[in-house]
Design a binder for this molecule. Structure first.
Ligand SMILES: [Zn+2]
Length: 513
């Protein structure tokens, strides 16, 4: 009996150890044989400007991705919001006979706005190869007509990493499966959003309008960078986000700073003082209630943080920072706390336009990152309460004459549309463990498991409406300049990403019925 049991045990273990009908090697072989084809399609996609507010070009992106999915037999369609002005999501699916469960793979095709003057490595929509990172001396190179392509090369373009790499990685991984006739144990669905960088203001509406199509066991989100150490990563949550514009007021017209300085209050100084009251010198937010309700991490999450490679010293050195915020706490710990950031500040002019004036207004754009347990509306309320406590009269419009006469300190506070809460999926769910096992199967190094990413994704918009879980499987290099000028993708990250995503599409542990 014992030996039979042992035999069954060994057989069961053997089955667990051969989780994929399709091995990593065959995905790699497929990729090696199709590199130029993949990069040709990728650079064509990158050349289409993808700022969400550029209605015409954003539709061209959607149309191009629709055609990419048509070529792959994914029966694609555009998922429109109520208004045709809204960038559509592109949806497609591959049904597996007999399977009733589905996994959705998500990426977004829009990118952050660009300031072409700042793009010194390449114009943002002229995809350009460089032999190494531009800021480390990388030269412009062109792809060789044949033979091996150096996988340390980087491609520069808006969206190269965030997040057209996701679109390309997902569709190439599917190509690799299809080429080998590998069949997942669940249906594959694909959705590519066109408004993520604008805060996903219509994703909820699109989900409501197309709810039946979008049902699934999980959304696998392919967005953002892998860990700074270069190790592959699975991320179980994302911070929420809310932007708020704060404007304070000085004299009604700009004043000569000699004639009126020391007499007329300067709004830049007023706003600097207000902002400085919001954080202490260690970076802790001093606004009352800011950290209220934050959900503590569970045991699996705390273990994952302890196991993650220590990288803070190296990244601090790379960034030229003598000291960081948080009293010595690790980056990975601190991103599990809500933050308050000044995105930008404007009052008067600098450089060639600088003049000796007392400006009329000063404006800051604040960026509130939220964690599980925070509510974005509540966080804005804490901010407003704090501004009031500093003696400001808070309004949502430019002050009237009467208001100006009555109040010395006036702040216009406008929360931007599109705020949302943080989301975090438990690491000990069977599905969470299946995703970790799949990604780990493609890497010799231990992968990094992050309870939450520092960046934000509208995950609660998805999980609240569809009652599903979200898990992020990022593929881009961490030093990709996402959201900034000179955004780039290291080629090896795309290649690795294809293997990662193919393994996720073939993961076990999700039954057909
Ligand atoms: Zn992104």
């Amino acid at each position: 009996m014992k030996s039979i049991r042992q035999f069954l045990h060994v057989a069961a273990m053997a089955m667990l150890c051969v989780p994929f009908a399709l091995g990593q090697d065959s995905v790699r072989d497929y990729r090696r044989a199709h590199e130029r084809q993949i990069l040709q399609e990728f650079t064509t996609l990158l050349a289409i400007p993808n700022v969400a507010s550029d209605r015409e070009n954003i539709r061209r992106n959607a149309q191009f991705i629709l055609e990419m999915m048509q070529r792959r037999g994914l029966n694609p369609q555009l998922l429109e919001a109520k208004s045709k002005e809204t960038p559509p999501a592109v949806y497609g699916e591959s049904r597996v006979p007999g399977a009733t469960r589905s996994i959705i793979l998500y990426a977004h095709y829009d990118g952050q706005p660009v300031d072409p003057k700042a793009w010194t490595a390449s114009p943002p929509f002229q995809p350009t190869w460089r032999s190494a990172p531009f800021d480390r001396g990388g030269q412009i190179v062109s792809l060789p007509a044949s033979g091996e392509i150096n996988s340390e090369w980087r491609i520069y373009a808006r969206g190269a990493s965030d997040d057209k790499a996701g679109v390309m990685g997902i569709l190439s991984a599917f190509d690799a499966l299809r080429a080998q006739n590998a069949t997942p144990s669940f249906n594959l669905k694909f959705i590519f959003e066109g408004e993520e960088e604008a805060g996903s203001p219509h994703l909820g509406e699109i989900i409501e309008l197309h709810k039946d199509l979008l049902q699934s066991e999980a959304w696998i989100i392919c967005d953002g960078p892998v860990h700074q150490s270069g190790r592959k990563e699975v991320v179980f949550g994302a911070r929420g986000d809310q932007n708020v514009d704060v404007t304070v007021y000085g004299p009604r017209r700009p004043l000569h700073s000699g004639h009126y300085g020391n007499w007329a209050p300067n709004p830049a100084m007023t706003l600097v003082r207000l902002l400085a009251s919001m954080k202490d010198e260690t970076g802790r937010v001093t606004i009352a209630g800011w950290y209220e309700g934050v959900e503590p991490l569970g045991a699996a999450e705390r273990r994952a943080i302890a196991e993650a490679p220590a990288y803070d010293n190296q990244i601090r050195e790379e960034l030229g920072l003598a000291q960081t915020e948080g009293n010595g706490k690790l980056l990975m710990e601190l991103i599990n706390q809500p933050s308050l950031n000044i995105n930008g500040f404007s009052s008067g002019d600098v450089g060639a336009l600088a003049r000796n004036v007392i400006p009329t207004t000063a404006t800051a754009v604040l960026d509130l990152r939220l964690v599980k347990g925070n509510d974005y509306r509540q966080q804005v309320q804490h901010l407003i309460d704090h501004i009031r406590k500093q003696g400001f009269y808070v309004i949502d419009h430019d002050p009237t004459d009467a208001e100006r006469k009555e109040h010395a300190l006036i702040a216009k506070v406008i929360p931007r549309a599109g705020g949302y809460n943080a989301e975090r999926t438990r690491m000990d769910l069977p599905l969470s463990m299946a995703v970790v096992a799949a990604v780990q199967s493609t890497s010799r190094d231990p992968i990094v498991k992050m309870p939450t990413s520092g960046g934000s994704l509208p995950l609660s918009i998805i999980s609240d409406r569809l009652r599903t879980v979200t898990i992020s499987v990022p593929i881009a290099n961490y030093d990709n300049n996402q959201h900034a000028e000179n955004e780039n993708l290291r080629l090896q990250n795309l290649w690795d990403g294809i293997e990662t995503l193919a393994a996720v599409m073939m993961m076990k542990g999700i039954s057909r019925g």
